[in-house]
Design a binder for this molecule. Structure first.
Ligand code: PMP
Ligand code: GLN
Length: 376
């Protein structure tokens, strides 16, 4: 048995697999979600300055003070939140992993919403905990409060939420979040809120769960630099919230990776302090790319479900999506991911395919042109 297989049968992630397929076939990679252009030059300059300025040793375990302060300022300025503590992590991924490991005992349950980002299930398995899923169904992907209630049992410890949502682009409304808050308060759950797409919202507004009454004291909010500033490879993330919850994450983190990425942490502080116009223009440019790809998919005879947020559009390909994606690179030179990869219930959205639109306009145009050759 391979080591990976020992952990709940987990193998290579779909993202790694699809990017390898794109490299092998020379296809356009609309599979794994990462931008194909860099973030702001000032932020790169700040990283270089930190590298040259001897910021090259371990960071303090909680993170460099400038970045922790910048995260607190950000939470205050955008959402009026005053978290008690903040911890810098190796991307949102580490914050989520360490949170689940730090907050769950074996056999505790974590409620997650499917489709879900793949690391959630893996981290729940690492903790020896169990996942219980609430299913979002196309075309609306609405969160059903009754289904959420039904997923909670006396063993439930954490509700792991992700809004804005990967892969659907769903942005939870105040009404939906009200139902979430009710469930969390009634069952005394910790809300672990993954908000990595907080600034990539094209319709509606992002409402952090921690801003709802009774939620700040039970919510651990996670975000990162990757999506908001187009530096996914830097893996600078953070979590903030009640001191006790952040302490649980910090305890685990010190034994996972301790504290590093010091020069990039300094640059991340500069990024978070850029004028808000930067985030507005990123959002506007991504909205235009979303529209461009949706138009291209529609012209190719696929049915795009126009997302309100994030990096991805799901399109109905009218046939088994896994088979469609397996042959798409060879046939049309495009890589995409079957949306069923994000579901436990493989029949919930069997004909949907997730395409990433966080790419340069000419790349999207080229992909759309290739897809236009699809037979009906
Ligand atoms: N959460 C979601 C929903 C994501 O899509 C991603 C993908 N990048 C992450 C977390 C991981 O973020 P990071 O790269 O900061 O670890
Ligand atoms: N979040 C990215 C996506 O959903 C991928 C991140 C990863 O490769 N782990 O495509």
């Amino acid at each position: 048995m391979t080591p990976a297989a020992r952990v709940n049968g987990l193998g290579t992630t779909i993202f790694t697999e699809m990017t390898a397929l794109a490299v092998r076939t020379g296809a356009i990679n609309l599979g794994q979600g990462f931008p194909d252009s860099d973030g702001p030059a000032e932020v790169i300059d700040a990283a270089v300055a930190a590298l040259r300025g001897s910021e090259n040793q371990y960071a303090p375990l909680p993170g460099v003070p400038a970045l922790r302060e910048a995260v607190l300022e950000h939470q205050r300025a955008y959402y009026g939140l005053e978290p008690e503590d903040v911890l810098v992590t190796f991307g949102a991924t580490e914050a989520i992993a360490a949170a689940i490991l730090g907050l769950c005992d074996p056999d505790d349950e974590v409620v997650i919403v499917e489709p879900y980002y793949d690391s959630y299930a893996a981290c729940i398995a690492f903790a020896g905990a169990q996942r219980r899923t609430v299913t979002l169904r196309p075309p609306e992907f609405a969160l059903d409060p009754d289904a959420l209630r039904a997923a909670v049992t006396p063993r439930t410890r954490v509700l792991l939420l992700n809004s804005p949502h990967n892969p659907t682009g769903l942005v939870l409304s105040r009404g939906e979040l009200g139902a979430v808050a009710e469930v969390c308060i009634e069952h005394d759950l910790i809300c672990l809120s993954d908000e990595v797409y907080e600034h990539l919202v094209y319709e509606g507004v992002h409402i952090p769960p921690a801003t709802l009454p009774g939620m700040a004291e039970r919510t651990l909010t996670v975000s990162s630099l990757g999506k908001s500033f187009s530096f996914t490879g830097w893996k600078i993330g953070w979590c903030s919230g009640p001191a006790e919850l952040v302490a649980a994450v910090r305890t685990i983190k010190q034994f996972l990776t301790f504290a590093g990425g010091t020069p990039l942490q300094h640059a991340a502080a500069v990024a978070l302090r850029l004028p808000g116009t930067y985030l507005e223009s990123l959002r506007d440019s991504l909205r235009a790319k979303r529209d461009q790809l949706c138009a291209g998919l529609a012209a190719a005879g696929l049915q795009p479900l126009v997302p309100a947020a994030a990096y991805f559009v799901n399109a109905d390909v009218g046939q088994d999506a896994a088979q469609f994606c397996a042959t798409l690179p060879e046939r049309y030179g495009v890589v995409a991911i079957p949306t069923s990869a994000f579901y436990d219930d493989k029949q919930a959205a069997p004909t949907l395919v997730r395409f990433a639109f966080c790419k340069r306009e000419r790349v999207i145009a080229e992909a759309a042109g290739r897809l236009a050759g699809l037979e009906a």
